[in-house]
Design a protein around this ligand. Structure first.
Ligand code: FES
Length: 139
């Protein structure tokens, strides 16, 4: 599991998709590899997606294109609604709440979900972790 930094938790709680580095390559059931995820709280629920486009197996974002200037946290590129995720390569748009691709060359597919868990540490601070079991969402 990977724990989000407090600055990233704040942004993600506000609905921004923050990039989380996993520190290792992981595989989806179809053997597509990924090494980072995007996590946000959307409509009151935490969602996480493997950072790999469903058109071609490349990351959705590119370095330095979307970074929160206050915190330096890397963010997902977003569509015109300010919330959906956008792939930098060919502009595919994925719905925030479920990762469904509504526009672009991979319309009708969905980003792969990654489990996200929110808990409290001993001091009462929120701790958000990204799971690694490839199963259903934990929250
Ligand atoms: S690789 Fe993402 S839209 Fe083509």
């Amino acid at each position: 599991m990977v724990t989000l930094a407090p600055a990233a938790v704040g942004l993600a709680r506000s609905g921004r998709f923050v990039r989380v580095e996993l520190g290792e390559w992981r595989s989806l059931p179809d053997r597509t590899k990924y090494r980072s995820v995007f996590v946000a709280r959307v409509n009151g629920a935490w969602v996480g997606y493997a950072n790999v486009c469903r058109h071609h197996p490349v990351e959705l974002d590119v370095p330095d294109l979307s970074v929160d200037v206050k915190t330096g946290v890397r963010l997902a590129l977003v569509g015109q609604d300010g919330q959906s995720l956008m792939c930098a390569s060919h502009g595919a748009i994925y719905r925030a709440r479920d990762g469904y691709c509504t526009t672009g060359p991979c319309s009708g597919t969905s980003l792969a979900r990654v489990p996200v868990l929110e808990s409290m540490d001993a001091s009462g601070e929120a701790v958000v972790t990204v799971g690694d079991d490839g199963g259903a969402d934990l929250v």
